[in-house]
Write a protein that binds this ligand. Sequence first.
Ligand code: GLC
Ligand code: CA
Length: 519
Amino acid sequence: MAREWLADAAFYQIYPQSFYDANGDGIGDIPGITEKLDYVAELGCNALWICPCFDSPFKDAGYDVRDYRRVAPRYGTNDDLVHLMDEAHARGMRVLLDLVPGHTSEEHPWFRESARAEANELSGRYIWTDSAFVGTPQRPSIAGECERDGCYMVNFFKCQPALNYGWSDPSEPWMSALDAPEALATREALKDVMRFWLDRGADGFRVDMADFLVKDDDEERVGNTAIWQDVRRMLDEEYPECVLVSEASRPWWAIPAGFDVDFYLDHPGNGYNTLLRDGGGQGEDHSFFRCGAGGDARRFLDDYLPRLEAVRGKGYVALVTCNHDTPRATRTLGQRELALAWATLLTLPGPPFVYYGDEIGMRYLDLPTKEGGYARTGSRSPMQWGPGANLGFSTAPAEELYLPVDDAADAPTVEAARADAGSLWHVVHDVLALRHRTPELQADGPFELAAVREDGSAFAYRRGALTLAVNPSPTPWELAVEGEAAPAYLIGEATASETGLVLGPQSFVICQGPPHPPV
Ligand code: GLC
Ligand code: CA
């Protein structure tokens, strides 16, 4: 397969606003990312996902695209982005751009044209009813903003009109069939946007709201499947190396539809959510990695393992440390808890994604909303590079920064974390280094659940000849491991016992010996 590099990929997610400000105007930029490529490589990540960096009014931080083919001037130029991708490739790194296929900004020229009263070529580019007094079902719609008589559907915020890819079941005259000319034209326009950046060096895309192009789709997402399979056919012909990562959290749908990787997202009540932020901050928190919180690994495993099984050998489920939509885990977890969590997430199958700053345990900050971020804003503050003004993020005066830098006296920084061999940074670095040298630990490596502690407070898994175990609880756990249980990597304590080893409280281990087969 052309996308073989995914087997050993470790991604680093960058929110471009907040990573590194190379020209001192207070906001991160593309040249800033280029300057920091060596840092990302040194950490052990060999691929980037960059959040949308295209021209936009930024009412949703760039997820409201005004021009898909133009880098937002505040981040630099198209040439800067091409240069970034070239520099990444020169280091053996890959770059995924963020593709927002489902909606544009209300300021996109397509929408302005579509909103005109006179019928024109783009009248059907978005989803419009034929009366300003009759809205669209399922998703919110807006009336009274344009001269065209109709309501237009929005995907998320008011500024994000939904593009028209047709309906699986067009039950109203104003709905397009999947193969109606206007729906097919939208599909072709999407392919052209992809071609534009693939021609300039992009290695693929993270795809926003991937299973919401066709509205009112059924449980199987038949309409959305048809669209992505068609896109994949085009890619297989023209850009077989292009990687697609879906924001769907439905691997059984996404992989057969043509995606290589599907994110396992933090949705309240799903398995991933129970690891780091059970209940999303509401009600009781029994997160697995919170020491003494009474978490149960089975809540994660019972949801995660069937996802893995559904796509084994065909595609990947990606675990993320966090993303730009999710509160950083530091809101409820301390550094040791994070160390155990990151070591675990980085050694499960599929390519892992590290959200910028999670490698040093950057805090979730209590910040006023910025660019439609609301509660998400607290996870989007500037990267903390080192001591001094703005913690090295920018040379601009502090009041001119995109968002304030963490002003706590003990705010973690890359420089301090690297100098401290016991820091979280070294956990991420060392585990990724081990992963790169050990095929069993990579995306395609074998995976088997080895043991779950009776009360669910710890578990062990096997990856080929390696046994890995994590015990975030405050009490030791005795685990049977055959042969010599020499730790290849250890956080906390592991001592040999007669049948295997005793994993200390709040500990994680990777050992060479296989566990006893389950009785
Ligand atoms: C996705 C993005 C999020 C954005 C939304 C609308 O969920 O991750 O940041 O606001 O889609 O595009
Ligand atoms: Ca800048």
